[in-house]
Design a protein around this ligand. Structure first.
Ligand SMILES: Cc1cc2nc3c(=O)[nH]c(=O)nc-3n(C[C@H](O)[C@H](O)[C@H](O)COP(=O)(O)O)c2cc1C
Length: 495
């Protein structure tokens, strides 16, 4: 029988040589684990003697303590009745977020994906906003992902009967109401206490496919269980250096009905998402160990804390092994050239996702929409286009973006941040509304373009002559700008 411990008793264990924490109602003695915590000691000490569930939950898999720590560290269960009476002081940031949430516009006032982004920025805590919104380095690729769509113009056809428009289609053999899917994004609980199941529920009601991330905040089984019986879900896989872990995960996913395996190939190391990295550094003063160390190990943000297991040795030779352990169609996510799309087809993959990871990996990687036409051409030239499905993601924010991608040969498009923002601000209803807005916008563009079904959307409906004309604004050089302004001579200066 579990020992019941009062919060007052837990509170006494709040020093580095004796540190207890409450997580999900259980009390853990983390004294010995403290120096080994990958996220640093500071964050554990911040919650020493207190309930750490809220900080723990978004960035740890639910079963991580059971998997990595001895059962001996569990001292018992906290007295929940007493815990609920413990008054937790509201921080300045919590207050700001609470007020922003109280003043959110009504959901009906959200008219496009950018509206959700604006609201999310004000209601998300700063670490969540930094993790979701960041791109890598100067964020040139992240911005380019959407601006590239601005270089494609339409060639609309009129005098076509467009009374009835059908936006439904098939992706990897599954029906969907729209040629879009919710792409894999990690750490859903940073934005919403229920995490990724919020997206699952909205996908269920709007008939949209969800790609489940390896690094979800909810467990894989929670997300699958939240789905309806006929709901299609795919699995995104970060390949583990320990292939047994990946094998077990893939086999389990197949047994739970996943209809596609998307292996992420663009993250052999994590990009420098400096917004995310800085955020962590500002929030937490370095502890004595890191402050005094010559080899400074700073906490490098949420992304880095969760991704150390990803195998940088993943290569084309591994595809045969994946094919031997699963019957799911295998697709490579993160293809960035026509040559690699051809290689994926030659290695027996069922398709690819042209993607630069939402501009979070290699800055100056091209946008997916820019390379889509050349990828389709190369596959055709090599006779590899039949039955091979090409998806794209990155920067898709409007129904017109979806249309342009389909016109250039994509089977469907993945959408990431907009759904995270809708989920974080308005929960399931928010995600449903955004899906509805995409539906309305896409249907409207189809009607204006003179097409009534997806199969009729063709490359000659778009003008891509300017697609290669990159014009990129340089990031502002704040350092020299500020230094220059500080150099203004004072009135009585002799300078
Ligand atoms: C917050 C966030 C987390 C992400 N996590 C993952 C991940 O765990 N695995 C993965 O393959 N891609 C991940 N991605 C990349 C997305 O799957 C997708 O490529 C990208 O978000 C598309 O760009 P968009 O956000 O502009 O729609 C993530 C993207 C974001 C914004």
């Amino acid at each position: 029988m579990s020992v019941i411990i009062s919060p007052e008793e837990v509170a006494k264990h709040n020093k580095k040589d004796d540190v207890w924490l409450i997580i999900h109602g259980k009390v853990y003695d983390l004294t010995e684990f403290l120096p080994d915590h990958p996220g640093g000691q500071k964050i554990i000490m911040k919650y020493a003697g207190k309930d750490a569930t809220k900080a723990f939950e978004p960035i740890h898999p639910p079963d991580i303590i059971q998997r990595f720590l001895s059962p001996k560290v569990c001292m018992g269960s906290v007295d929940l009745a007493k815990l609920s009476k413990v008054v937790v002081e509201e921080t300045e940031e919590d207050k700001k977020v609470r007020l922003a949430r109280e003043n959110m516009p009504r959901l009906e006032e959200m008219y496009n994906s950018f509206d959700f982004e604006t609201v999310a920025r004000s209601v998300l805590k700063s670490d969540a906003w930094a993790y979701y919104s960041s791109g890598s380095d100067d964020e040139i690729t992240m911005r380019e992902n959407h601006s590239a769509f601005h270089r494609i113009w339409f060639r609309p056809r009129v005098m076509v009967n467009v009374k009835d428009v059908d936006t439904s289609t098939t992706m990897l053999g599954s029906r969907t109401s729209l040629p879009i899917y919710v792409t894999a994004t990690a750490l859903g609980k940073l934005g919403h206490p229920e995490g990724e199941v919020v997206l699952t529920k909205a996908c269920k009601s709007r008939d949209i496919i969800q790609m489940i991330p390896t690094l979800a905040s909810c467990s894989f089984d929670e997300i699958v269980t939240a789905a309806g019986p006929d709901q299609t879900q795919w699995l995104q896989l970060y390949v583990n250096s320990n292939r047994e872990v990946s094998e077990k995960f893939v086999r389990h996913a197949e047994s739970r009905g996943m209809k596609g395996l998307f292996i992420t190939a663009d993250a052999p190391q994590l990009g420098h998402r400096e917004k995310d990295m800085r955020q962590k550094y500002i929030q937490e003063e370095p502890d004595e160990i890191t402050r005094n160390s010559t080899a400074v190990v700073r906490d490098q943000g949420a992304a880095r804390a969760i991704s150390q297991f990803i195998d940088p040795s993943l290569c084309w030779d591994d595809i045969a092994w994946f094919k031997s352990i699963t019957k799911m169609p295998i697709l490579i996510k993160g293809i960035q050239t026509a040559e690699d799309a051809v290689l994926a087809a030659r290695h027996g993959c069922k398709g690819v996702v042209l993607s630069n990871h939402g501009g979070r990996q290699l800055d100056f990687a091209p946008s997916a929409i820019e390379i889509l036409a050349e990828v389709m051409e190369a596959l055709k030239r090599e006779n590899l286009d039949q039955g091979f499905e090409v998806y794209i993601d990155g920067g898709i924010r409007r129904g017109s973006d979806i249309f342009k991608a389909i016109a250039l040969g994509a089977t469907g498009v993945g959408i990431g941040r907009p759904f995270l923002y809708a989920m974080s601000s308005y929960g399931v209803e928010g995600v449903e509304r955004l899906m509805g807005l995409f539906q309305d916008e896409f249907e409207m563009v189809m009607r204006f373009m003179g097409v009534t079904k997806i199969a009729d959307i063709k490359p000659d409906m778009v003008d891509i002559r300017n697609i290669k004309d990159h014009f990129v604004s340089n990031p502002t050089d704040y350092l020299s700008k500020l230094a220059y302004e500080k150099m203004q001579p004072r009135h009585n200066s002799k300078l």
